[in-house]
Write a protein that binds this ligand. Structure first.
Ligand code: SAM
Length: 268
């Protein structure tokens, strides 16, 4: 049986030994203890080198896995470690890093870089396709979504609660989108439009299996083919999500005609 306390203690001990503030201050091992045991096989990618503590952390936790790290001004290779210069605020820079990463399929991607919400979304859009099915995409330090009139790593920032400049408010739409099967066509259209306005690509969000909002951290699991098919199938209580004339129409229409209408209007 999965032993959360043992996993928590193991990660805590390793994190303290290498002095990563993931453990010493942020206590993220209370989330990683549940995320890490479920990871598929494969390499790890992190944005944000800092003083290198997390390189040691991941290497000691997973000595057999290849580890890639992106940061502004550091670059080196050793054993299974590849540190690559990349600016996550720039699509060009992310895409040029992709030329070195694109053959990889990552089990875990961690964004511990600039913490600017626009960059968090840009990195997500660019890197999420490189995640393996059932792999985890973790965004640390989402506290910046609540910051007002300030800057982070020199990047100006003005978010605050309910602000759509923040990451958290924008990602809340993913919850509705994941449940698109239960939405009437006009709602699905408005959720898709909200995602697009937030620069979140709906076709990428189709591949989200689950999203978890934790204290200062968001984790997103990539759907496998079973999950994608489950979220895209016809809804068995379809008539319950329609109202007014649409509901009446749906009740009287033969199922074959309903199916063809659905395929024409692309609603689920
Ligand atoms: C919090 S530190 C990373 C800490 C490290 N992951 C750890 O746990 O030890 C954040 C890092 O993000 C980097 N950073 C800031 N802006 C960035 C950007 N636009 N692109 C890539 N990295 C950036 C900084 O240089 C810094 O090294």
């Amino acid at each position: 049986m999965f032993d959360y306390s043992a996993e928590f203690a193991k990660i805590a001990q390793l994190g303290e030994a290498v002095h990563t503030d993931k453990v010493t201050y942020s206590m993220y091992h209370r989330f990683y203890a549940r995320i890490l045991p479920l990871l598929p096989e494969g390499p790890i990618l992190e944005i944000g080198y800092g003083d290198g503590a997390s390189v040691k952390f991941w290497r000691q936790l997973f000595p057999e896995r290849e580890y890639f790290c992106l940061d502004l001004d550091v670059e080196y290779e050793e054993d299974l470690v590849h540190v690559i210069k990349c600016d996550q605020s720039s699509l060009d820079s992310l895409q040029s890093a992709l030329s070195r990463l694109s053959s990889k399929r990552f089990a875990l991607i961690v964004d511990d870089g600039s913490h600017h919400p626009d960059h968090q979304i840009l990195a997500f859009n660019t890197l999420f396709p490189l995640l393996k099915d059932l792999g985890s995409y973790v965004i640390e330090d989402v506290e910046t979504s609540f910051w007002r009139h300030t800057n982070v790593y020199g990047y100006p920032l003005d978010c605050g609660i309910y602000s759509r400049s923040g990451l958290i408010e924008r990602l809340k739409d993913v919850i509705d989108f994941m449940n698109r099967q239960f939405l009437p066509p006009h709602n699905l259209q408005s959720v898709s439009e909200r995602l697009l306005k937030s620069h979140l690509n709906p076709s990428l969000c189709l591949q989200i299996n689950d999203i978890s909002f934790a204290h200062n951290l968001v984790s997103i699991t990539k759907a496998d083919s079973v999950a994608v098919a489950t979220m895209s199938r016809d809804y068995r209580f379809q008539s319950n999500i329609l109202s007014g004339p649409l509901k009446k129409l749906s009740y009287y229409l033969p199922s074959t005609l309903k199916k063809s209408l659905k395929s024409i209007f692309k609603f689920r």
